[in-house]
Ligand binder design. Structure first.
Ligand code: HEM
Length: 409
């Protein structure tokens, strides 16, 4: 065993056993962040806070929830909401955090797109981010099923049914996923397992990889400026803090993030206590009934854009399914669809700026139409915005960014 001398204090005691001082340097005090970033760069930490709240509130809900089709609805709507002290608070916090989490994920994603933070060495950050998006989607979908209300049941029926469209193995795959021929008790218990164990564990691992992927390329900055981090860090350490273009992750960067996160938490708790209804669908307060299909089946707001793409090809369910599959992975390809070498905010790239806002508007229209019945004129508008979505990503983006490259060479 190595010689360990008597420690002078708790930090020294831990350092002698776990080398916490060098670890803190690598992860915190000598992990350098550019100075010129704004509050939008705090969204990553806000997401960490939200995920933590989801885990904590989920643990409290888990104490009373019953994963059984005969008991699930009552365990949520009577036991937790009416009998358990502050049960309503944990449920509202869980539902509101889930909904707000997607809003912040979309902001975080679109900030990265606006500033080109997915390019030139940052591809792994982007890819792990997209994997997190997929995992959060699966987490939200499996959680939505647990109260076993009408929307839980029918959303699960519609989404699991989609797998039936896969050639050859489709029908068997649907039965395998459901554990039954229809959505039933076996489906509920396996989605329960996914929601409370497997997916949260995988999400934690992928969040760690997402952070690790930031380590070498570093966080981007508001001007897209290429910073020599080593040189700037030396300046900071030598005491030229004003001149240096970087600050340490701890305490400087995180203290700013904590300020944004606290402001955000105040709004979140206000929503949780007074305006939680946006996160709970009224139809889901009716117990699941496999004999009574609701007039409109639609997912939560954050899935509406891709749901509209699924329905966009109203004349062919197969094309809709293919489009839906591509829409869910297309953003993963963004670092390669954007052919430009320029890493700069969109307001310094005129054509890209127009493209960016067209994409945002297109996805908002898809979201709005995703909630409307796909009949009459709605079906044609849905089709047009679906085509526009793919054209913007597969055709317009590669062309304008290639031209941008030519102009700059
Ligand atoms: C949902 C869980 C997520 C967590 C906890 C998370 C966390 C973070 C954190 C803490 C940062 C560094 C600070 C910042 O820029 O905010 C970051 C950066 C980044 N994230 Fe995420 N993120 C998540 C999801 C995503 C998603 C869905 C994407 C998009 C596909 C994404 C893409 C990025 C990119 C490109 C950066 C680098 C930004 C830059 O260099 O300026 N992340 N993330």
């Amino acid at each position: 065993m190595a010689q360990i001398e008597k420690a002078n204090g708790i930090v020294d005691w831990l350092d002698k056993r776990l080398a916490i001082k060098p670890l803190m340097k690598v992860l915190m005090t000598e992990y350098w962040i550019p100075k010129n970033i704004n509050f939008l760069w705090a969204m990553g930490i806000v997401l960490v806070v939200l995920f933590t709240l989801l885990v904590i509130s989920g643990l409290f809900l888990l104490m009373y929830y019953k994963p059984d089709t005969k008991l699930a609805f009552d365990s949520v709507n009577y036991t937790i909401m009416q009998e358990v002290k502050y049960g309503w608070l944990w449920r509202h916090l869980h539902a509101v955090s889930a909904s707000v989490c997607f809003l912040i994920i979309y902001i975080h994603m679109f900030v990265a797109i606006y500033y080109g933070s997915y390019k030139r060495g940052r591809e792994m950050i982007w890819i792990t981010g997209m994997v997190l998006f997929g995992l959060f989607s699966a987490e939200a979908f499996s959680g939505y099923m647990l109260p076993w209300g009408q929307m839980s049941y029918w959303a699960a029926a519609v989404i699991t049914n989609l797998f039936g469209g896969i050639p050859v193995i489709g029908p068997d795959l649907v039965v395998w996923i459901r554990g039954n021929f229809i959505v039933a008790d076996a489906t509920l218990t396996r989605f329960f397992m996914l929601h409370v164990v497997l997916l949260p564990v995988v999400i934690m691992i992928v969040i760690a990889i997402h952070f690790y992927a930031l380590r070498i390329p570093h966080v981007n900055n508001a001007y897209g400026e290429e910073i020599d981090f080593e040189k700037e860090a030396e300046k900071f350490k030598a005491g030229n803090k004003k001149e240096s273009k970087v600050i340490p992750f701890w305490p400087m960067f995180l203290s700013k993030d904590f300020f944004v996160a606290s402001f955000f938490l105040a709004i979140l708790f206000y929503l949780t206590c007074y305006h939680y209804s946006f996160a709970l669908d009224p139809i889901n307060f009716d117990p699941a009934d496999h004999l009574k299909t609701p007039p409109h089946i639609y997912p939560e707001w954050y899935f509406l854009w891709s749901y509209e793409i699924l329905r966009g090809f109203f004349f062919s369910a197969d094309l809709g399914l293919i489009a839906f599959g591509i829409a869910n992975v297309i953003f993963m390809l963004l670092p390669w669809l954007d052919r430009s070498n320029v890493v700069a905010p969109a307001h310094k790239r005129p054509a890209f700026m127009v493209w960016f806002w067209l994409l945002v508007i297109d996805m908002i229209i898809l979201t709005i139409y995703g909630k409307l019945p796909p009949t009459g004129i709605n079906a044609y508008i849905g089709f047009a915005v679906t085509i526009a979505f793919f054209a913007l990503l597969f055709v317009v983006l590669p062309i304008i960014t290639k031209l941008e490259n030519k102009k700059n060479s």
